[in-house]
Ligand binder design. Structure first.
Ligand code: GLU
Length: 284
């Protein structure tokens, strides 16, 4: 075992579609190729958007494709006290502040209206935002190379706890990646915009920065990215080897010989073959 820790962290808003299988497979192969640990975290933070059956369907889909994780599954709904503790830490260190602005008033990058409002001028309901100044944030993405952002222009103060009392994805993902000792984040390029937010948040919480690899997204015939919200077809359990072969092709990896017909044999070969340099580079 190396000290590499990777993870797959689906939100249970529906079953996995082909795009999510690609993500799961990429993070699995990268972890196993480096003899690392691969964790499964179910990001069940937002009950109104989730489907009750999704966690068990996702587990079934991963197992049918031979994607076995290490240790127990971490469910984010069990982690709320830690998120609350971190929000409090950020408030105490004045990295976060309450904000009662309505969505209508807010442009793509928040202008900071509530930053210096006196506490008693904030009315219910309010959210908490992280304060972002002129921070320059950069990564050396293992697929895309150097990517950088300007804190004030590209990021702005963002929500870490919502008005409805739910913790934001950005907060929970950072707190849990640190809690689980994740060293390597391998995920789709749709989350590239979230990366500078997560780096700023990790920095303010005193966490080390993980390595990143953002792979290209899968688009459907209609030209839209496959997504659970738009009800992309679930990955079927009947043809796992075919699904895996298609996902490997999408990731630019060498084909596994047809003579290997079982899931475990196919994955073993794919782990051996895995080459990040072959993944197509795309920021979408
Ligand atoms: N839960 C997020 C999603 O399903 C992914 C989190 C991540 O990989 O950082 O889109």
């Amino acid at each position: 075992m190396s000290n590499y820790v990777g993870r797959f962290a689906p939100s249970p808003t529906g079953p996995l579609h082909f795009g999510s299988l690609v993500s799961a497979l990429a993070s699995f192969l990268d972890a196993r190729h480096q003899r690392g640990t691969w964790l499964l975290r179910i990001e069940d933070l937002d009950p109104p958007r989730e489907s009750v059956d999704a966690p068990s369907i996702i587990v079934q889909q991963l197992l049918a494709h031979g994607l076995r994780w290490d240790g127990d599954i971490l469910y984010q709904h069990t982690r709320l006290p830690d998120y609350a503790f971190c929000v409090n830490t950020l408030l105490k260190s004045q990295h976060a502040y309450p904000c009662d602005c309505t969505r209508k008033k807010i442009a793509a990058v928040y202008s900071g209206t509530c930053r210096d409002k006196p506490r008693d001028a904030i009315t219910d309901p309010y959210a908490y935002r992280l304060r972002i100044d002129n921070e320059q944030v950069g990564i050396d993405d293992r697929c895309l190379g150097a990517v950088s952002w300007d804190g004030a222009a590209d990021v702005g103060d963002f929500i870490i706890k919502r008005k409805d009392g739910l913790f934001a994805y950005q907060l929970a993902v950072v707190v849990d990646d640190h809690f689980q000792g994740v060293t390597d984040i391998v995920r789709g390029a749709d989350l590239l915009d979230s990366t500078p937010r997560q780096i700023c948040l990790a920095f303010k919480l005193g966490y080390p920065q993980p390595r990143y690899l953002h792979h290209p997204l899968v688009f459907g015939d209609d030209g839209d990215k496959l997504s659970k919200q738009t009800h992309a077809a679930p990955v079927d359990l009947l043809n796992p080897t075919l699904n895996l072969r298609r996902a490997l092709t999408f990731l630019g990896q060498p084909p596994v010989p047809d003579s290997i017909a079982d899931v475990q044999g196919l994955l073993a070969q794919a782990v051996q073959n895995w080459q990040v340099a072959l993944i197509p580079k795309s920021r979408v």
